[in-house]
Ligand binder design. Sequence first.
Ligand SMILES: [Zn+2]
Length: 229
Amino acid sequence: MTKKQQKEYNARYYKKHRKEALAKQKQYRRSPKGKARIKAYQKTAKYKAKEKKFRSSVKHKAYQKKYQKTVEYKVWLKHYRHTAVRKAYQKNYMKKYHQSDKCKAYQTKYRHSDKAKALARARYRQDVNRAKALAKASGYTAKRFGAPGAWTGSQFLALCKKHGNVCLCCRRKRNLGPDHVVPFCKGGTNHLSNIQPLCLPCNVKKARKTTDYRLSTTQNTATQLNKAA
Ligand SMILES: [Zn+2]
């Protein structure tokens, strides 16, 4: 029997005993021998190339879309989202994305599309970062004086907002910093209740006095709590 004849014979046999052959194939795939052979095949470059091609095919995408609608997929996704593997993947993905030209192009487009909005957002972020740094610095100084208490950047921003985002001493809209009403050197704490927003010149002018400008937010005159200071 020549090769061609053998091939023809095989095709004929397969056509005649299709059901039987398929069942046999299925059985073989599930046997240890079959499984080992599949595993070995999946490690070859030929399989990987084929798989890659298939993944970008229309057929695979349609299959994927259909699968993503199943309950099975949704259950799996819910579980997968909280795994460390997924979180690490996401972190790495975002890191790569932020360095990509695509992201940079998007950022430029965003900045030019709504300049007012982008600027407001940039300013807000700047304020948040500044307040964070101020909270940290205040914490360090408090530690040096052994003063109790701590506050966060967002708490300070809220305090500034409460007082109209102006310096409580000169009533001007300036870059505000935290002033300790009772200074650390006089036993003042680092609790938020001991903080008032002042601009830098007013803060310097107040120095080591204990002046609570919060008491006179409606008037421009400050109340000297401790004149002997
Ligand atoms: Zn001021």
